[in-house]
Design a protein around this ligand. Structure first.
Ligand code: ADP
Ligand code: MG
Length: 504
């Protein structure tokens, strides 16, 4: 064991203990590579578009051919600044690019341009809910670097091809303190980070295409002990695999320790087919990479004015928006958080609320009927199978002025889900038509309602008797019958009043 204290050890003082697994505390830190959504590469003008023919988008700069020089992409820096501002980091006024030297087939130039000693984004924290518990994970840093190419293993011909299109794609590597204490917390952190980068639009978040890749550093220890040796699970590209991989790794490490084996620091891969993690190589130390400042790139200088300009142009962040929903609309913190789960959901809610004029009603329906429908169809909120927010807003407006009641509104909503909504120009006419077609006009004619009430009372003498004997449940049964008789169109309050009046 090295004599130097783990630099993360001191950082862990005062952090709460997490749930124990077989008597062990789980410690997790994340390194996430987010591809930045620039059109061109970080140091060249080659395109970053995904899915092109292999080796058609790597230019001489990306390959570091002799005589070429890298030129910093301003858009990549701007996205790094946006990220730093979003999570309350320090934006370094001067940061340095370094060469990280290693050889690998997908990195024929022999080094990766990265940031080492002075990263552009320093500190900050990500806050999120785990169930209804608030958590925060502190960031060590986020630095700019270039992606490598890709090895394509063509197992069926027993060959491996190299595609260098990805070489030079801008990455932001986001590194946390080892602050997470369970698999659930780690997955919740990753989801929150994913939400932030897609919300501010610096990364498309496509995990299958590798735009957002997480490495989970996992160790276990007896509570109160020193940090254990970590193993790093590489390239987790779905939240489901992330959970399976960390769970497996935790159990594996505990088993090893219980069997008297020490954990070796290593880089491991998760195999989704077997659900197991397996060591890929022993871990390199920073010294193995022989970092040195890249002589081809000047220091990255970011003036305060630039930071302020980026800040002024930034969209409202989910946390800020959620706080505003609580303050302005009186929503619960939990609901406000759910409504800001993605930008698409927040926008949907916003449009619905503006159209109907009742944010609370819009919130209830977005998180109720609409979410249920999304789950049932397994689609996102902007799917064509989900009613458009202006139409829902108009429906809720009718509900709020009594043109629909809670029953008929649900019938109208179900009908909306069946009707094509392409090219609705006039949502008022659209809802009018549904109300007419489905015969949902409220029963305003009190003589009509009275007749139904009388019929129901005559047909259910037993319930009437029970109610008179003091059983209030019997009243509900009668109300139910009457609502049914009115095809849901009667106003339940009016029915209640009328019944009580008639029954004394
Ligand atoms: P590298 O993996 O590149 O060598 P670092 O030493 O900076 O990088 O650490 C990387 C990650 O490992 C960080 O996210 C950190 O939180 C996490 N980490 C460090 N020590 C531990 C530990 N004992 N258990 C779990 N995670 C750890
Ligand atoms: Mg690492």
């Amino acid at each position: 064991m090295s004599a130097i204290m783990n630099p993360f050890e001191a950082q862990q003082q005062g952090r709460p203990t997490g749930p124990l697994v077989s008597g062990y505390e789980v410690i997790i830190g994340f390194e996430t590579h987010a591809q930045l959504s620039t059109q061109s590469k970080i140091f060249s003008r080659a395109s970053t578009a995904f899915g092109a023919e292999p080796n058609t988008q790597a230019c001489p700069v990306d390959l570091a051919l002799p005589g070429t020089l890298p030129v910093m992409n301003k858009g990549a820096v701007e996205r790094a600044i946006q990220f730093g501002l979003a999570i309350g980091s320090h934006i370094a006024p001067r940061s340095i690019f370094a060469r990280k030297n290693y050889f690998y087939p997908d990195l024929p130039k022999g080094y990766q341009i990265s940031q080492f000693e002075i990263p552009v984004v320093q500190g900050g924290q990500v806050e999120f809910f785990l169930g209804d518990e608030k958590k925060n994970v502190r960031l060590v840093r986020a630095h700019l670097e270039e992606d490598a190419g890709k090895s394509l293993h063509e197992d069926f011909v027993g060959q491996t091809g190299i595609d260098l299109n990805r070489a030079g794609t801008p990455l932001l590597e986001i590194v946390t303190e080892p602050d997470m204490r369970s698999t659930a917390e780690a997955v919740a952190y990753a989801k929150e980070l994913h939400k932030i980068v897609t919300w501010i639009g610096i990364c498309d978040g496509n995990m299958q295409e590798g735009s957002f890749r997480c490495d989970a550093n996992v160790s276990v220890r007896k509570p109160g002990g020193e940090l254990g040796t970590r193993r790093e699970i590489k390239n987790l590209n779905s939240f489901k695999f992330m959970q399976q991989a960390i769970d497996y790794e935790v159990r594996w490490q505990i088993e090893q320790i219980e069997d008297g084996h020490a954990i070796q620091q290593a880089t491991v891969l998760f195999n989704p087919d077997t659900g197991e993690t397996r060591a890929m190589r022993t871990k390199e130390d920073a010294a193995d990479y022989r970092y040195f400042p890249d002589p081809d790139l000047p220091p990255l200088v970011i003036a305060d004015e630039w930071v302020e300009k980026v800040r002024a142009e930034m969209t409202e962040l989910p946390r800020v928006m959620a706080a505003r929903f609580v303050a302005e609309y009186g929503l619960s913190e939990y609901d406000a958080n759910a409504l800001t789960q993605s930008k698409a959901v927040a926008t949907y809610f916003g449009t619905t609320a503006t159209t109907c004029g009742h944010p609370k009603l819009a919130a209830n329906w977005t998180l109720g009927e609409v979410s249920a429908l999304m789950n049932r169809l397994e689609v996102d909120i902007d799917d064509p199978g989900i009613p458009i927010p202006t139409a829902l807003g108009e429906l809720l407006r009718r509900l709020s002025i009594g043109e629909l009641n809670s029953n008929t509104a649900k019938i109208a909503f179900a009908e909306m889900c069946l009707r094509l909504q392409d090219g609705i120009e006039d949502v008022a006419a659209y809802i009018d038509k549904i109300i007419e077609d489905k015969d949902l006009k409220p029963m305003n004619d009190s003589s009509e309602l009275e007749k139904i009430v009388d019929d129901v009372l005559a047909a259910n003498p037993k319930n009437v008797e029970e109610f008179k004997a003091g059983n209030t449940k019997a009243l509900n049964a009668l109300v139910g019958q009457i609502m049914k008789g009115s095809k849901g169109k009667a106003n339940p309050q009016q029915v209640n009043d009328l019944l009580r009046q008639k029954l004394g």
